[in-house]
Design a protein around this ligand. Structure first.
Ligand code: CA2
Length: 157
């Protein structure tokens, strides 16, 4: 049987600083803790994850483009690029993979410029304000999306 494709878990700019500063907004967990949570959750769901973080918009776009042929779905917290990046949105749309967007903080209770995410248009769902647990919920949703016969990225037949 061919090996199942992993879920790409992408974290954008400044998320490498998790647990180092601003614990009131982003909690005390580090990026390492977040990635460990994703791995544990994925295992329970019989999925695998490929966790990556970049501060560079182009690197995120390149990874998303490549994932089309190598991954089953994308969970993304694009950080500040969520509110500004047409390039990340376009790459997600082009991937034709199921996408779940995550934000650690409640973007709607913060500054108005955070209330709109450009990349949400490419997402099946958005989870925000639940801390790093949001990634675990995103993986649970991804598992369901992948089982659905109408899942994006599934060969039609
Ligand atoms: O709530 C989220 O997950 C955000 O995507 C985080 C982004 C922010 O620009 C979005 O509006 C909402 C910023 C990530 C910055 O992460 C830090 C972590 C620790 C200390 C400082 C920044």
């Amino acid at each position: 049987m061919p090996k199942a494709r992993p879920i790409l878990v992408l974290n954008g700019p400044n998320l490498n600083m998790l647990g180092v500063r601003e614990p009131k907004t982003y909690g005390k967990s580090t990026l390492r803790d977040l990635e460990a949570l994703c791995k544990t959750t994925a295992k329970k769901l019989s999925l695998t994850v490929d966790c990556r973080q970049s501060n560079l918009e182009g690197e995120l776009v390149t990874w998303i483009q490549a994932s089309r042929k190598t991954h089953a779905g994308i969970i993304i917290n694009a950080g500040g690029y969520s509110h500004s990046s047409v390039a990340v949105l376009d790459a997600l749309l082009l991937s034709e993979l199921p996408v779940v967007e995550v934000h650690i903080s409640n973007i709607y209770s913060r500054e108005s410029f955070r209330h709109h995410s450009l990349i949400s248009k490419a997402a099946q769902g958005v989870i925000c304000g639940l801390g790093i647990d949001g990634y675990s919920y995103a993986l649970q949703s991804m598992a369901k999306l992948l089982k659905s016969p109408k899942a994006k990225g599934k060969p039609k037949g």
